[in-house]
Design a protein around this ligand. Sequence first.
Ligand code: NAD
Ligand code: UD1
Length: 338
Amino acid sequence: MKILVTGGAGYIGSHTVIELQAVGHEVVVVDNLVNADLVSLKRVERITGKAVPFVEADIRDREAMEQVCQTYCFDCCIHFAGFKAVGESVLQPWKYYDNNITGTLVLLDVLGKSGCKNLIFSSSAAVYGEPETIPVTETCPRGRCANPYARSKSIQEQIMMDMQKADPEWNIVLLRYFNPIGAHRSGMIGEDPKGIPNNLMPYITQVAVGKLEKLSIFGDDYDTVDGTGVRDYIHVVDLAKGHVKVLDSIAGQCGLEIFNLGTGVGYSVLDVVRGFEKANNVKILYEIKERRAGDIAVCYSDPGKAERMLGWKAEYGLEDMCRDSWNWQKRNPNGFTD
Ligand code: NAD
Ligand code: UD1
């Protein structure tokens, strides 16, 4: 298939491009590089041995998007482009709603008019808010979102549901990612957050590499196995492969489906710290701090629907995730700028 990958220079997008090319899909990346470095795609080319056609454009730029769609006549779009920093979204909500929602509105319109009505969307477990049931199934209602980032995902989902209802020719798959970590086995690409990381694993790897002094663990008084927050960490390569499985299953279909992409296993913050230390033989200094506003105690998926309907199941465990995150960080202490 010929696939438009928006945001394909970013963390999850670049890993997905590798898996798409590996099974013979033709990929074109559109990214405005607002949160990525073109070096990531150069490295993808070195890994796959194939060129990655790239268009530098903002998905809100209607003319540019029309031009791309006209030139390539896509069969499907995998839509990663968007902002994702929770804290920033609280401080700059307009920026988030504009980029994420306006971007998606323009993209959907241009795609539809070009005749491409197959779309896979990067959603998030954040749309469940504080989940009603654990493990979280797709039938769990979208909850009260804790921040504008999560709300933008929830709104984008709703827009797509309404569009598909109005025009049943659309074939849309909403993928709700749990907590992606890890990196490509080669250590050539990985997550490269700007500034001080907000998320757990990049913080740990930056402590390990000596860029940060110690990890703050946000709360040890949750009702969990050791008092620290529990999440469903998933290897980014497993996540990337999930997109390929979706493509296999949706060809020629119409409708809207939602899938959780997680492992179904919950690990506490301390499990991750200890797992990282054991897998890599490095020490992680940490201290216990106050809970972080907006955090929930426990969130992990029931990934059964993806296994039943897509034949997809996460293969990597915590040790693999910790090893590959560290391999990427230690080879690239300053990310793609090295
Ligand atoms: P990322 O920031 O690494 O990648 C997003 C890419 O989109 C970047 O390359 C950025 O330059 C590009 N981009 C942003 N706005 C754009 C625009 N208007 N036009 C063109 N390109 C634009 O993030 P990621 O971690 O790879 O996440 C990919 C998607 O998955 C995002 O939509 C994110 O919200 C979603 N998601 C991520 C996580 C996570 O923990 N990483 C979890 C759940 C959902
Ligand atoms: C966070 C976002 C979520 C988003 C997801 C994307 C918040 C409140 N939620 O999820 O909306 O979809 O990232 O990746 O930001 N932790 C520490 N110390 C740290 C960092 C994290 O103890 O320095 C703990 C957190 O309290 C949590 C766990 O580690 O228990 C995971 O945190 P994080 O990696 O930020 O992911 P989420 O909070 O699950």
